[in-house]
Design a binder for this molecule. Structure first.
Ligand code: MN
Ligand code: MN
Length: 241
């Protein structure tokens, strides 16, 4: 069941309407990293989440994202209305000149929103990891928008939206941690084979660069994978005619 309240989750004040900026903001309305993508992704995931607590969190955050969609939509509306007297040449070339004022379900290039942006599957660990990535993408877009925002009111709203994406990241990470999967990449019923800790150095030029992602004792570093694979093939006869 849904209700709708008329006030926004965060008040907005636009002093300097800017249709060019509004077009950039379409990314967060009808774009891949936008609020519609996030809201629908978490909402759909909640239906196949077997853990009641995590399911409720997914639904609560999904609804918060719809609140954000409403804020972004209103910001776009404010940045495209009452601009007739101040329209610049650049403003007259925006998507709004042809499609009308206010938000549309397209990104800043005019590409239609698609469900292909949504990353969801049948496993809660997989879904939570997808959500951490989605929040990172949204946070990055908001920072770019924040730096380009033409007035303080818009900046304040974007700062709030950026902050909430960090809050969601923390929640998704805690949920993964509660499943013991924040630092354990293995999930599902199939055990990995012995190659799970093997690092193949496949970069041909320059000295190998080492870090915790390929270091002993956890990882076996194969400095010359071609040689090792040749030896393996000789042993097994693979590739011989
Ligand atoms: Mn959001
Ligand atoms: Mn979020």
């Amino acid at each position: 069941m849904f209700f709708h309240r008329k006030e926004l989750i965060v008040p907005i004040e636009v002093k300097k309407p800017d249709p060019v900026f509004a077009q950039f903001m379409l990314q967060q309305f009808g774009g891949a990293t936008g609020e519609l993508t996030a809201g629908l992704q978490y909402w759909v995931q909640s239906f196949h989440c077997p853990k009641p607590g995590i399911r409720e969190m997914l639904q609560d955050i999904a609804l918060e994202e719809f609140n954000h969609l409403e804020v972004v939509g209103r910001l776009i509306e404010e940045h495209t209305r009452n601009v007739e007297k101040t329209l610049t040449e650049a403003d007259e070339k925006t998507i709004f000149a042809l499609r009308g004022k206010g938000p549309h379900l397209v990104d800043e290039r005019g590409v239609s929103w698609t469900a292909a942006y949504i990353n969801e599957g049948g496993d809660v660990v997989r879904d939570l990891r997808a959500n951490i990535a989605a929040e990172a993408a949204a946070r990055e877009t908001y920072e770019i928008l924040l730096n380009r925002a033409p007035d303080t009111g818009t900046k304040m709203a974007l700062h709030y939206l950026l902050t909430r994406e960090i809050a969601h990241t923390k929640m998704f990470m805690k949920a993964l941690d509660s499943l013991g999967k924040l630092t354990d990449p293995v999930f599902g019923n199939v055990k990995p084979d012995e190659s799970v800790n093997v690092y193949y150095h496949l970069s041909a030029n320059g000295a190998p660069l080492r870090g915790p992602w390929n270091q002993e004792p956890e990882f076996t570093y194969i400095a010359d994978p071609a040689k090792v694979l040749e030896q393996q093939h000789e042993l097994t006869g693979v590739g011989k005619h």
